[in-house]
Ligand binder design. Structure first.
Ligand code: WT7
Length: 669
């Protein structure tokens, strides 16, 4: 069992001295103040069986990244081997040039003959409790048949197909069936509104929509087909709609345009030969919301993306034949693309897919699923972990979680308190935690511990994945050796985005204009003396107070450390003297009293942890924080409220009632 190398958790709150203030303010980097000193080395037992445990191989990959990626690409199924591994004319990268493949051969066909034919690929559980199990052979047959259905309705290589489904096996099938015939899928999260759906369909000029009659969420029915009909009123490019029957939900059928999935499948030919495509053929478009403006259609291609998805799944999750892997993400997000559909299947893994909410019917639903299927690898988001903390450890406490051997997180910086809770309450102190940094744009994990090799530090995504070259730079592109700055990636990697669909200029401006030939992800980061990366969140969320650039994430992390607080969001508000002051929106734990006394205590607590400069000017209690449907706190809306502005775009908000509630609270203050 791994034990912390330092018994007493100790945080060092560095005071800002006059000299450090001067030094920092000139280079326009980000100051960091919270320094977490606990470390967790891998246990001997985990190390012994780990897939990637040789430090020498890590060093080797760092020296020749392209060779490393080639060695990984060789483990996939290719129709024709590439002639050149990388061509790089910034900002355009091509990987495995001359290579031809179809991703479904790596994800499915190879498993028909390598011993995995009857291995379970998917264990699916619906929210109402219905279950389905599919072997690799089952999945292969379903994908072949459905690919023939797509063909039959006129879908060809390069066509865009929009997918708007609940988290059911047909979602994975639909993605793979598109890939089987070289069509480009664009998955739109089933929780999005008709307007968001039509925007995305129109931007990609999709010819087909695959949807369902409905889906379940917290016992409610989401009327997907109804919403799709509303969207399609303004989508002239859609020729056909395929509808999966998830329940017995009411819908209207438009003759000639709409088709039942199960009817088409009845008559479909059982085998569809894969369409081989160039390594750089687009595999999918996935829309990600920018902080401003319309969503960006991030474009990913075939050979490089699959190589990255395959290699990171293999090493970061340490997948073994007997593992039961569960990534809780929906395929509407990139995490569901890379770590539900492509990565695990390319590795021949057995995985769990669960359709619904974590607190339905009770807050222990996830732990029930872990216990029922013996989940051994569990990958989720910090926002979920903080929700579990809020609901209390009694819920996981009722279940046998001893099958778990590895835990992961993605999506936001995980504050150390949540990391420790995850480690102790869910991981029973025995499971390594992989805190994985990446983005829709990067396609796969970039900065992460390798379980069995990396000593972890709570709150740090630790070190680059082999063959990845991140750095912390200042505005001028000068490396920051030890401290805060801007995150950058200095060398191309296989899964990197190849563009924004239909908008070259935005692609160049957003990611490639800060420095010459270096990728800018838009995140701040700190690098410590040991070369560990600490992601500080979006640079848009940095607050400039009295000449100090502070990351909101650190102040939030300090607040969450207070025993009364479970979640916090900090934003900058205009201030006459300081330029910006801090406003903290705080969610309290059960039975905590929200009063003036606590406000004073919290302000002092931040001053103690970080320094007086970070003391929030205002503390506002909120029952919940406004979040996107993927669980990211929408600080921009809180900023609007706190500075008395009209609210910006709220269409990506998961629960609009939350923001109304906060607005009301705020005007009472
Ligand atoms: C942004 C990307 C990548 C799949 C899910 C989100 C933040 C992501 C971490 C992490 C700190 C993280 C970053 C990044 N983020 N993972 N481990 N530690 N921050 O994909 O919606 O494209 O968001 O999420 O700010 O840029 P996405």
């Amino acid at each position: 069992m791994p034990t912390p190398s330092k018994k007493t958790p100790k945080k060092v709150a560095k005071r800002v001295t006059a000299s450090s203030r001067n030094a920092k303010s000139t280079s326009a980097t980000i100051e960091t103040h919270l320094h977490e000193n606990r470390t967790f080395p891998p246990s001997a037992a985990f190390k012994k069986q780990a897939t990637f445990a040789a430090a020498a191989n890590y060093v080797k990959a760092g020296r020749s990244p392209v060779k490393f990626w080639e060695s990984m690409a060789k483990e996939l199924v290719w129709k024709k081997r590439w002639t050149k591994a990388l061509e790089w004319k910034a900002p355009d990268a091509k990987w495995f040039i001359g290579g031809k493949l179809n991703v479904t051969e790596t994800c499915l066909d190879q498993h028909l003959t390598n011993g995995n034919r009857n291995k379970v690929a998917l264990i699916w559980e619906g929210e109402p409790g219905d279950k389905r199990v599919m072997s690799y052979y089952d999945l292969w047959r379903e994908v072949n048949k459905f690919a023939n259905c797509l063909k039959g309705l006129g879908i060809k290589k390069g066509d865009r197909v929009a997918i708007y489904l609940p988290m059911i096996p047909e979602l994975v099938v639909a993605m793979l069936a598109c890939a089987r015939i070289g069509a480009i899928h664009s998955v739109v999260f089933g929780g999005f509104s008709p307007e968001s759906l039509s925007d995305r369909i129109n931007d990609a000029e999709a010819k087909m929509l695959i949807t369902a009659d409905g889906g379940y969420r917290r016992g409610q029915i989401i009327p997907l087909k109804h919403d799709a009909d509303v969207a399609l009123a303004s989508c002239p490019t859609i020729e056909h709609v395929i509808v999966v029957k998830r329940g017995d939900f009411l819908l209207r059928f438009k003759e000639g345009r709409d088709h039942w999935y199960h009817r088409l499948m009845q008559d479909a030919d059982p085998v569809c030969k894969p369409t081989y495509v160039d390594s750089e053929h687009p595999l999918f478009i996935l829309y990600t919301s920018g902080t401003t403006g319309k969503p960006k259609g991030i474009m990913h291609t075939t050979g490089g993306y699959l190589t990255g998805a395959y290699a990171t799944t293999k090493f970061v999750f340490d997948i073994k034949p007997d593992d039961v892997y569960w990534c809780t993400a929906d395929c509407g997000w990139v995490t569901g693309h890379t770590y539900v559909t492509y990565g695990p299947l390319a590795n021949g893994a057995t995985q769990v897919i669960y359709e619904g909410a974590p607190d339905w019917p009770d807050p222990d639903r996830f732990w029930q699923v872990v216990e029922d299927y013996g989940v051994s690898i569990f990958y989720t988001a910090p926002t979920a972990i903080r929700a579990f903390m809020k609901w209390g450890k009694e819920w996981p406490g009722q279940h046998d979680l001893s099958s778990l051997r590895l835990l992961g997180t993605v999506g936001e910086p995980i504050n150390p308190e949540a990391w420790i809770w995850y480690h102790e309450i869910i991981g029973g102190k025995r499971c390594p935690i992989v805190d994985t940094w990446w983005q829709t744009e990067t396609g796969h994990i970039m900065i992460t511990p390798l379980p069995g090799l990396t000593k972890t530090k709570p709150g740090s995504a630790t070190q680059p994945f082999p063959g990845i070259s991140p750095a912390v730079l200042d505005e001028n592109g000068k490396p920051v050796k030890n401290g805060g700055g801007l995150l950058a990636v200095t060398h191309p990697w296989p899964g990197m985005l190849r563009g924004i669909w239909g908008d070259r200029k935005r692609f160049v401006d957003t990611y490639w204009s800060k420095w010459d030939g270096i990728y800018f992800p838009g995140d701040g980061a700190r690098i410590d003396k040991g070369g560990y990366f600490w992601i500080l969140g979006r640079v848009d969320d940095v607050i400039n107070t009295a000449g100090h650039r502070l990351s909101t994430m650190e102040v939030e992390s300090a607040l969450v450390e207070h025993p009364s607080v479970v979640e916090a969001a900090v934003v900058g508000i205009p201030h006459d003297l300081k330029g910006e002051a801090l406003a903290a929106f705080v969610t309290l734990g059960p039975k905590q009293k929200a009063d003036e006394k606590l406000i004073g205590k919290l302000r002092d607590f931040v001053a103690l942890k970080i320094g007086a400069l970070a003391k929030p000017e205002k503390v506002i209690f909120a029952a919940d924080l406004p979040k996107t449907r993927s669980g990211k706190i929408m600080r921009r809306l809180l900023r609007d409220i706190a500075s008395g502005k009209v609210l910006g775009d709220t269409t990506t908000l998961a629960d609009p009632a939350v923001i109304q509630h906060i607005q009301r609270r705020y005007s009472e203050e």
